[in-house]
Design a binder for this molecule. Sequence first.
Ligand code: GUN
Length: 283
Amino acid sequence: MTARIIDGTALSRHLRAGVGERAAALRARGVIPGLAVVLVGDDPASAVYVRNKVKACEQHGIRSVLETYPATMTQADLLARVEALNGDPAIHGILVQMPLPRHLDAHAVIEAIAPAKDVDGFSVASAGELMTGLPGLRPATPAGCMKLIESTGTDLRGKHAVVIGRSNTVGKPMALLLLQANATVTVCHSATPDLGTFTRQADVVVAAVGRRGVLRADMVKPGAVVIDVGINRDEGGKLCGDVDFAGVSQVAGYITPVPGGVGPMTITMLLVNTLDAAERAAG
Ligand code: GUN
């Protein structure tokens, strides 16, 4: 069997067209959706991510404000900036790019963001809303993975989904979103013995570990949906995910590529969250 490729770039294009329409509708009402992106320090990968987020906003009718600060910025100054953005009615979403320089307390910064503007969905309030099934802003990467799974036409009710990874930003919210969609969910992680025992039972596997080669062909049930969140480099320096794509695509029913799978969906869902926040603020 050769898996069908889930094209995250094409799905993103489709969803972003909807974002553009919603942004235009808000603008027609005199509301310009606004996202503030705060970058502290000079991590080169963060600079690329932030640039892509700002560019995507510009292309889809969202005003973005990029604030960049030196790595020496103090916690007090960063919290003061977040407070100012919380009180700025032209800003509907606030994103503080992670990781922050080590002397800064990321948790305290995330908690300082007004829950209504927490478009990353990383705060305790947003996590609690997800946990309890209340409406709210969901973390972009797992929300994007759900859209990718939905696009295959898979009904998750009663299916077994295995999430590999337990981070607060991907693994844990991913498990909760799958649970909310009535899947039976198993969360595997670095202390899980014999990962394949679990993944071979899975109708859906989401790999979010950040290490290549975590999921190989002999660990996958024929026909399964495989979502690869990983962004790694192979020994030749080429971008690759957590999944052995060449092998697993011979067994799976559907698979996301890297690049062109989850990556574009993360930014797309950030745009969707910003629109959700702006629409809620506009009433
Ligand atoms: N760093 C890597 N991914 C993300 C993200 O989705 N949001 C933020 N704020 N920082 C990140």
